[in-house]
Design a protein around this ligand. Structure first.
Ligand SMILES: *[C@@H]1O[C@H](CO)[C@@H](O)[C@H](O)[C@H]1NC(C)=O
Ligand SMILES: *[C@@H]1O[C@H](CO)[C@@H](O)[C@H](O)[C@H]1NC(C)=O
Ligand SMILES: *[C@@H]1O[C@H](CO)[C@@H](O)[C@H](O)[C@H]1NC(C)=O
Ligand SMILES: *[C@@H]1O[C@H](CO)[C@@H](O)[C@H](O)[C@H]1NC(C)=O
Ligand SMILES: *[C@@H]1O[C@H](CO)[C@@H](O)[C@H](O)[C@H]1NC(C)=O
Ligand SMILES: *[C@@H]1O[C@H](CO)[C@@H](O)[C@H](O)[C@H]1NC(C)=O
Ligand SMILES: *[C@@H]1O[C@H](CO)[C@@H](O)[C@H](O)[C@H]1NC(C)=O
Ligand SMILES: *[C@@H]1O[C@H](CO)[C@@H](O)[C@H](O)[C@H]1NC(C)=O
Length: 222
């Protein structure tokens, strides 16, 4: 399913080069929603992106390249079918840290390896949504920036599920094309002109709302 010929952008992706890309103040996940924010959800959930066109697509932790997931140590949140090799599609929240479950069934080279634990890293304004492999399968070093926020839209359940917030906001999410290969896309937080430093073409960004789906939430198939 992956085009064999896309270029690696890893140097651009991992080393933003200008001062425009600000690292946001850490918000400790649910502080913006002290009474309603949910910082622990251990019943594995999926993350979906809801476009303003009302189309919703599943997200995944991906390698952002075509390499096997078996030796990846960095991962990014992206559309399931447009982010390169899928590492996993299931998440939990632990004290506002997002933990991704890497599934060995997604080794693109057919190799089998143990399931892996991935921890959220701090997200930069204008940048991609990063994870790193936790070799010891614990949450040491996790960025506790994330929150499950009940969807209280008074206009009805346009989005049938709780929203996913980062750094105190549930807005600001977008899905943007990568510059090196516009067939690849990634989830970007607060896209801006300096998103190009992260390898994203800001003129292609489309706003999305990210929400949770799971059997436990009762909205997996809605
Ligand atoms: C998940 O959370 C519930 C409620 O807080 C708890 O009873 C349960 O033991 C937890 N399960 C795991 C696998 O941690
Ligand atoms: C991934 O593949 C690219 C070429 O497509 C290569 O340059 C890079 O080193 C690979 N990364 C890893 C971690 O193997
Ligand atoms: C990662 O795995 C792929 C194939 O499984 C291999 O071609 C590549 O060299 C490996 N990269 C590293 C850095 O080990
Ligand atoms: C494995 O990858 C496929 C295709 O990208 C995806 O549909 C599936 O959900 C992935 N499975 C897991 C467990 O991540
Ligand atoms: C690996 O993860 C997949 C998908 O979550 C699961 O179905 C499978 O049982 C797991 N394998 C092991 C050995 O835990
Ligand atoms: C979740 O947090 C608890 C309490 O901090 C910790 O004991 C546990 O190991 C964490 N789970 C993971 C998978 O890191
Ligand atoms: C996308 O959201 C940003 C704020 O996060 C807003 O400034 C911009 O106008 C939105 N774009 C569209 C096309 O609605
Ligand atoms: C960014 O996207 C726009 C609209 O698709 C396109 O015209 C432009 O060439 C792209 N820029 C780069 C650097 O890829």
């Amino acid at each position: 399913m992956l085009a064999p010929s896309f270029l690696s952008l890893s140097s651009l992706l991992l080393i933003p080069t200008t001062l425009g890309a600000a690292i946001l103040r850490r918000d400790n996940g649910c502080n913006t929603w002290p009474s309603v924010g949910i910082k622990d959800n251990n019943a594995s959930f999926e993350l979906w992106a809801h476009y303003e066109s009302r189309v919703a697509i599943p997200l995944a932790m991906t390698t952002f390249d075509g390499n096997s997931s078996s030796n990846a140590t960095k991962a990014y949140l992206a559309p399931n079918d447009l982010g390169g090799t899928v590492i996993g599609t299931l998440f939990t929240l632990n004290n506002s840290g997002l933990i991704g479950a890497g599934s060995s069934s997604n080794n693109s080279d057919g190799s089998s390896s143990p399931n892996t634990t991935w921890i959220s890293n701090t997200i930069d304004a204008g940048g991609f949504f990063p994870f790193s492999l936790s070799p010891d399968a614990n949450d040491a070093g996790i960025a506790d920036d994330y929150c499950e926020v009940p969807n209280t839209d008074p206009h009805g359940p346009l989005i049938n599920g709780p929203l996913f917030g980062a750094q105190g906001s549930t807005s600001g999410w977008a899905i943007c094309n990568r510059v090196d290969n516009p067939l690849f896309q990634g989830v970007v937080f607060n896209p801006a002109s300096y998103s190009s430093d992260y390898g994203f073409n800001v003129s292609t960004c489309q706003n999305v709302t990210i929400y949770l789906r799971s059997t436990a939430l009762g909205n997996l198939n809605t």
